[in-house]
Design a protein around this ligand. Structure first.
Ligand SMILES: [Zn+2]
Length: 315
C-alpha cells in the first residue's frame, strides 16, 4: 500500500489505490492535486465523473475515491475495498437515483431494466475482484506488480468464478491479449509465479512460457513445471500455440510412440561425445519424448541418458 507524505505529495498517483486510470478520471473533473481531494464528497465526484464521461463507472470507483479522500484528510492508507460497506450504507439509493437522472438527461433514455443488470454485473465482478485481492495479497499473480490490477478470466471458462480468474496488472493483461506487444523480459517473473498453487495462475504461466519458448529460458522453466492432468488440459485448451505445435512422435514404421514405451534400435548408433556404440537390437525401456521435436526421444543406453532419433527405433 502506497503511503506517501501527504504534505508533500503533488501527484494523484502517489496516493493509495490511485493508478493511472483513476488519476486521469480525476483530472477530467478538474482535480489535479492531492490536496484538492480534502473535504470532497466522493459520491458527488463519482456522479460528476459519470456525467462528464457519459458512462456509468463501476461503483467501486467510489471506494477508491473514499480511500484517497480519507488518506488526504489524515487517515491511514487503507485498501479501497475496506470502504465498500461504508459506501453501500451511505450511498444506497442515492447513486442509482442520480445515475438514472444523469442517463436520462444525457442519453434521453428512460431508466429501465438494463441498468439493474449492469449494476448487478458490476457487483459480481467486484466481489470476484475482492476474492482475488485476498488470494493474491493485492498483487499481480503473474509479476507481483501492485498497480492497475484487474480481473483476467482465463479462457475457456464456464462460470467466470474466482477460481477461473487471476488478478493481473495492466502490463500482463495487455501482453496476454496482444501477443505482438510481448516483451519477453517482463515474463521472467514466471520463474516465481509458475510455482503458484492456484491452477488458473499455473495455466497462464504455462501458456506464456509456451508462447515464449523460442527464447530458450522459458523452455527450461516449462521442463521443470508440473501440472495436474486437469490443469494441463485447461492450459492446452486455450493455447492456440500448443494446438498448432502439437507434435506426434513416430517410430521407423510410423507407429505412434508414447512416453514410457520400450523401443528397439534398428541400427548401430554411435553415442556422441562418448566411445559407446549402441548396438542394433538394443532395447531402450521407458523412453521420454522430446517435447518440441517430433524426431527425438530420450532413453537410457548403457546407463547413460541419450537422445535418439525416432527414425532409428521401432516399437
Ligand atoms: Zn503483472
Amino acid at each position: 500500500m502506497k503511503n506517501p507524505n501527504r504534505e508533500t505529495a503533488s501527484n494523484l498517483e502517489e496516493l493509495p489505490n490511485i493508478g493511472r486510470a483513476i488519476a486521469r478520471d480525476l483530472h477530467s473533473i478538474g482535480i489535479n492535486h492531492p490536496k484538492e481531494l480534502i473535504a470532497k464528497n466522493p459520491f458527488q465526484l463519482y456522479d460528476q465523473l459519470c456525467r462528464i464521461s457519459g458512462k456509468k463507472h463501476d461503483p467501486c470507483v467510489i471506494d477508491v475515491l473514499m480511500s484517497a479522500i480519507h488518506f488526504m484528510e489524515g487517515g491511514e492508507p487503507l485498501p479501497w475495498w475496506s470502504f465498500t460497506d461504508e459506501r453501500k450504507n451511505t450511498g444506497n439509493g442515492t447513486i442509482d437515483f442520480s445515475m438514472h437522472r444523469t442517463k436520462h438527461r444525457l442519453l434521453n433514455l428512460s431508466p429501465d431494466a438494463t441498468d439493474v443488470v449492469a449494476s448487478s454485473e458490476g457487483t459480481l465482478i467486484m466481489s470476484i475482484e475482492k476474492e482475488l485481492q485476498t488470494r493474491s495479497e493485492s498483487k499481480c499473480e503473474l509479476c507481483g506488480a501492485t498497480d492497475e490490477l484487474g480481473v483476467y478470466e482465463v479462457p475457456p471458462t464456464s462460470d467466470g468464478s474466482a477460481d477461473q480468474c487471476i488478478l493481473a496488472c495492466e502490463i500482463c493483461r495487455g501482453q496476454i491479449e496482444n501477443p505482438d506487444t510481448v516483451d519477453a523480459n517482463h515474463w521472467r517473473c514466471l520463474n516465481d509465479s509458475m510455482w503458484s498453487q492456484v491452477p488458473a495462475v499455473q495455466v497462464m504461466a504455462w501458456r506464456m512460457l509456451t508462447r515464449l519458448r523460442a527464447e530458450g529460458w522459458p523452455q527450461d522453466l516449462l521442463d521443470m513445471m508440473y501440472l495436474e492432468d486437469e490443469t494441463r488440459a485447461w492450459a492446452e485448451a486455450g493455447s492456440a500455440e500448443a494446438v498448432e505445435e502439437k507434435i506426434i512422435h513416430r517410430d521407423s514404421n510410423g507407429a505412434v510412440l508414447e512416453a514410457g514405451d520400450t523401443v528397439t534400435l534398428t541400427k548401430d548408433l554411435d553415442v556422441k561425445g562418448s566411445t559407446i556404440t549402441a548396438k542394433r537390437g538394443t532395447a531402450v525401456r521407458n523412453i521420454r519424448l522430446v517435447q518440441d521435436n517430433a524426431e527425438q526421444i530420450e532413453g537410457r543406453v548403457d546407463g547413460q541418458q541419450i537422445v535418439i532419433l525416432t527414425k532409428f527405433v521401432k516399437k
